[in-house]
Design a protein around this ligand. Structure first.
Ligand code: FES
Length: 158
């Protein structure tokens, strides 16, 4: 029996927003999902606003993930585009699921992929530009790097 997806999920899956690769991104994040082994790549372009804060001017993603991962990533890119990096780091991922009108519980893990890739892209941008990295972001980066290694190891063995 097909999973009960909301109309919004299906719309974002059929016409994902900000899907594809980006030329010369300022930050790139790539993560793997430990539960299903799917991979996600996310690109950001960063500019400064009038207050001198870094903001996400553009964002794109590509994934081999499922319908729920594509719809969630599409929604995330809409929600964080134009936000400051600080706002994007503190972004509540529950918002993605709420805005999509919910996801089947078995698919919630798919909705975290883009958020994790965003954390990695911001970490990449801050590192490349020798900017201070908040401690919580650094810790999460360490966990995600380990998870990605495990997913890639699994891919090699199958
Ligand atoms: Fe892998 Fe959804 S099953 S991202």
């Amino acid at each position: 029996m097909p999973l009960p997806y909301s109309k919004k999920v299906i719309q974002h899956f059929n016409k994902p927003h900000n899907y594809g690769k980006m030329k010369s991104p300022d930050g790139v994040g790539e993560v793997g999902n430990l539960i299903c082994g799917d991979l996600m790549k996310l690109y950001i372009k960063v500019v400064q606003n009038k207050k001198g804060q870094d903001i996400i001017k553009d964002i794109k993603f590509s994934t081999f993930g499922c319908l729920a991962a594509i719809a969630s990533s599409s929604m995330l890119t809409d929600l964080v585009k134009g936000k400051t990096l600080e706002q994007a780091i503190g972004f509540d991922r529950k918002e993605i699921v709420d805005e999509l009108g919910g996801l089947p519980p078995i698919k919630i893990h798919c909705s975290v992929l883009a958020g994790d890739a965003l954390i990695e892209a911001i970490h990449d941008y801050l590192t490349k530009n020798k900017k201070p990295i908040p401690q919580a972001l650094n810790e999460r980066h360490g966990q995600l790097a380990k998870e990605k290694q495990e997913v890639e190891k699994d891919h090699k063995t199958c």
